[in-house]
Design a binder for this molecule. Structure first.
Ligand SMILES: NC(=O)CC[C@H](N)C(=O)O
Length: 460
């Protein structure tokens, strides 16, 4: 089962109500009924199926830093003034381009889709849910530098599509190339490993001189993608979770908020130790680039974990969150040859021996071949053997390299959010009970919690 907007089209209750109420209404009225306050571009009333108003089809070229070039046709933003460069990566996901392209973890990257036909279901409207989170996108605006496809679908059709993939790319100034032999590109990347590349659009640019390509991973992409100020979602939730935003996907915030938690999103370099707010749990988000560049987050986390008063607060992390948890614990990170990106990556739970199918998007990993006292590997990738998570042996601290929130991808590991929040609620109740008993100090609480079994439970 995939958490794409295909699925939400079938299952979302609002979609069903919407369809019932408007059974006899023409298509354009349906979209205006769904009208959204933030329809600034007036895109809702465009026809649902169209190839009119597409950006111009211009000659384009993909150039890898290793020298190979691929002639193509541009169907996105006509960026004829300068090449658009980035680290070129590929995803094997079959669906979910609106979600992937807005995932902040893809910042600085040119994304190649191995699925040949892309664009056939268009792009949905930026509707928001009851928490004010985007329903079909993972952040405001497109986050990838550019996209490469083999066969762009010039006609699209979907009940909630409001524009084509090409039009959407053009609105955000993002170049897109079609007609590329993506199998050849992926073969090169798999043999040589990750490389830099650029997209060139227009005759002049295609023939322009070549320059070295700057590596986006040298920048602090986490700082670029993170919120600058605290933001609260689901205010008044029964437990308060600090979400350290390294470039968080909207669906991670929603996964916590819809389970009842108040989510306080804080910047990547937020000092939790000095924060006067006392949180019942801490969550480390996904994020772009090299985790070592965000070492401030890992150092802040280490200080928080070392503090007696907070040493038993449940902590959980996803993807970049796993890498930062690992750095805080004492593991080292390294760059994978070409990363794991797709919706069918098998991860073996090392506690239960069960294999789960996971959504992934990462280029770095933790080296768990060197033991770190007090910690153990949690999951392992059944394809390449790379680390897929770590956990503390006694405290409720763990993290996973894959994406339990999916969007898109399989929902096998959604239960990890339930487990985290069960820990958070137990911790909060225990803290309250102990604090009510006269003379019980935080030190006693810590002693007591050390005896607890490991916080994270496994699926039945
Ligand atoms: N999705 C993520 O959080 C990615 C983490 C990190 N940027 C990597 O590529 O490994």
């Amino acid at each position: 089962m995939f958490a794409t907007h295909f699925k939400s089209a079938l299952l979302r209750p609002t979609a069903r109500v919407f369809a019932q109420r408007n059974a006899a209404a023409p298509a354009t009225q349906l979209r205006s009924f769904a009208s959204i306050s933030n329809d600034k571009a007036g895109i809702l009333n465009r026809p649902a199926t169209s190839n009119n108003g597409e950006p111009p089809s211009l000659p384009g070229m993909l150039r890898l830093q290793t020298g190979e070039t691929f002639n193509a046709t541009s169907f996105g933003a006509p960026v004829t003034g300068a090449p658009m460069s980035g680290e070129i990566v590929f995803t094997t996901a079959l669906v979910g381009y609106p979600e992937s392209m807005t995932d902040p973890s893809y910042r600085g990257q040119i994304l190649v889709f191995t699925q040949p036909l892309v664009g056939n279901y268009g792009v949905p409207a930026p509707t928001k849910d009851q928490f004010g989170l985007l329903e079909h996108f993972e952040a405001d605006g497109i986050q990838v530098q550019g996209i490469i496809v083999n066969d762009y679908a010039t006609k699209y059709s979907h009940w909630n599509a409001i524009e084509s993939l090409g039009q959407w790319c053009a609105r955000y100034g993002v170049p897109a190339l079609t007609g590329v032999d993506t199998r050849a590109v992926v073969t090169l990347l798999r043999e040589r490993g990750s490389t830099l590349a650029e997209i060139r659009v227009g005759d002049e640019m295609v023939n322009a001189e070549q320059h070295p390509i700057a590596d986006p991973n040298a920048r602090n992409l986490v700082a670029e993608g993170s919120t600058k100020v605290k933001q609260t979602y689901n205010k008044g939730g029964d437990v308060k979770v600090a979400l350290i935003d390294c470039g968080a996907k909207q669906n991670i915030i929603r996964a916590l908020a819809k389970r009842g938690a108040e989510v306080v999103v804080v910047p990547w370099n937020h000092d939790l130790v000095r924060d006067p707010v006392k949180y019942d749990g801490v969550f480390l988000s996904n994020g772009p680039g090299n985790p070592e560049v965000a070492s401030t987050t890992a150092l802040n986390l280490r200080a928080y974990m070392d503090l007696p008063a907070t040493a038993t607060t449940p902590i959980f992390g996803i993807c970049m969150g796993n890498q930062l948890m690992g750095l805080a614990a004492g593991y080292k990170s390294y760059k994978l040859k070409y990363g794991n990106r797709g919706h069918n990556q098998p991860a073996l739970n090392l506690v239960t021996g069960k294999c789960v199918i996971t959504s992934q998007n990462h280029g770095y990993a933790l080296d768990d071949t060197v033991d770190v006292p007090g910690w153990m590997p949690f999951f392992r990738n059944a394809n390449d053997g790379s680390n897929e998570g770590i956990r503390h042996v006694a405290r409720p601290w763990s993290s996973v390299q894959f994406h339990p929130e999916a969007m898109g991808g399989p929902l096998d590991t959604d239960y990890l959010f339930d487990d985290f929040l069960t820990d958070v609620r137990e911790y909060k109740a225990k803290k309250a009970n102990l604090n009510r008993a006269a003379g019980v100090s935080f030190a006693t609480l810590e002693q007591d919690e050390k005896a607890l079994p490991i916080g994270i439970r496994v699926a039945a």
